[in-house]
Ligand binder design. Structure first.
Ligand code: BGC
Length: 343
């Protein structure tokens, strides 16, 4: 099977192209090679994270603390675990010193783990979290991401706060927040956990809720628009709140409301998660009322630092890994007074 290489973010300052991994002169490492595979290069959040990973790598590489040349190869698995497995095989053959994997199917990491272990190449999984038992399969496996429940709680807090402070949010004045949910992939840790925690948090804050419906839109703006258009024909103006598991789906809801030519004053409260560039722009323009910042910069930088230390044999001490294996960046609420911080 052909391997798709999307971005060759090659940051090579000291040496000509490496054909094997860790380059060294006299035992001193002079270059490293990092292989990255993303589940879908068109995913807005993941592509912004990788963009920052490349930017950060080129910014720091060659500086005093990162005094080796760094080669980064980024592959797009395009939604196929089989393709991703072949990509990892290719990365290992190419001599990558470390691989960073955004699993297509977070329940299927074993083939990758086995291949990497045979070559003694550490694996950093990111954003799509495998179960702990799988991460325990070998001591050179790591995970970089965030705590899904935290984003759900924050989204729920924003919703409760809006309901309790803005009377117009309760469109029919019945004292109950009628909501619907736009969910990410059915088996993704962030979809399951965000929905549960958001709704429970709203209730814990003393707001009565009524669920009108939900739709799985797989993190995708166009799918969310289609699903939202269907829901609008069923529930129309009864909807007072849309909890979207990510910003892209919140924006899909915005697209559907615009296409249905519903007056802006009649729009429900719309909340996302991520704080992607488009998400933050929609927050600033008032199309959505809140989002929760998923710190892609933090995740990208820490993933690079971890990759760098693992590939060069530096100590991991300063990286403050949880249980020696996890890096989880905190989320931040983005609403009202906080919007200014996004300038
Ligand atoms: C992000 C989504 C993204 C998904 C991909 C989530 O953490 O919030 O926007 O689509 O990861 O795995």
């Amino acid at each position: 099977m052909g391997v798709k290489k999307i971005i060759a973010g090659v940051i090579s300052c000291l040496l000509a192209v490496e054909t094997v991994g860790c380059g060294s002169t006299g035992g001193q490492i002079t270059s490293i090679r990092i292989g990255v595979s993303v589940y879908d290069q068109y995913d807005t959040f993941v592509s912004e994270l990788i963009e920052h990973f490349n930017e950060y790598a080129s910014e720091v590489s060659g500086t005093a603390d990162y005094n080796v040349s760094v080669n980064i190869d980024v592959y797009n698995a395009a939604g196929s675990q089989t393709t991703q497995n072949s990509q990892v095989k290719a990365m290992l053959q190419d001599g990558c010193d470390i691989v960073c994997i955004n699993l297509v199917d977070r329940t299927e990491p074993v083939t990758i783990i086995d291949m990497a272990e045979k070559k003694n190449v550490p694996v950093i999984f990111f954003n799509r979290e495998l179960v702990e038992q799988d991460l325990e399969r070998w001591d050179k496996l790591y995970y970089v991401g965030a705590k899904a429940f935290e984003s759900g709680i924050m989204q729920g807090e924003i919703a409760a706060d809006i309901f309790q402070t803005e009377t117009s949010a309760d469109k029919n004045g019945d004292g109950i927040f009628q909501y619907m949910v736009l969910e990410g992939e059915a088996d993704h840790q962030d979809a399951i956990v965000r929905t549960e925690y958001a709704v429970n948090t709203i209730i814990e804050h003393g707001v009565q809720v009524e669920k009108l419906g939900y739709a799985i839109a797989n993190w995708n703006r166009a799918q969310a628009q289609t699903k939202m258009a269907q829901i609008l024909t069923q529930y129309g103006e009864q909807i007072e709140l849309i909890l979207a598991n990510n910003d892209d789906m919140a924006l899909g809801a915005v697209d559907a409301l615009k296409a249905a030519e519903i007056d802006r004053e009649q729009w429900p409260i719309i909340l996302g998660i991520d704080g992607t560039d488009v998400g933050l722009a929609a927050l600033k323009s008032g199309e959505i009322q809140g989002t929760v910042y998923n710190n892609k910069e933090g995740q990208a930088e820490k993933m690079f630092d971890l990759a760098f230390c693992l590939a060069t044999g530096k100590s991991l001490e300063g990286l403050e890994l949880e249980n020696g294996k996890y890096i989880r960046e905190p989320y931040t609420k983005m609403e009202g007074s906080n919007i200014a911080k996004t300038e």
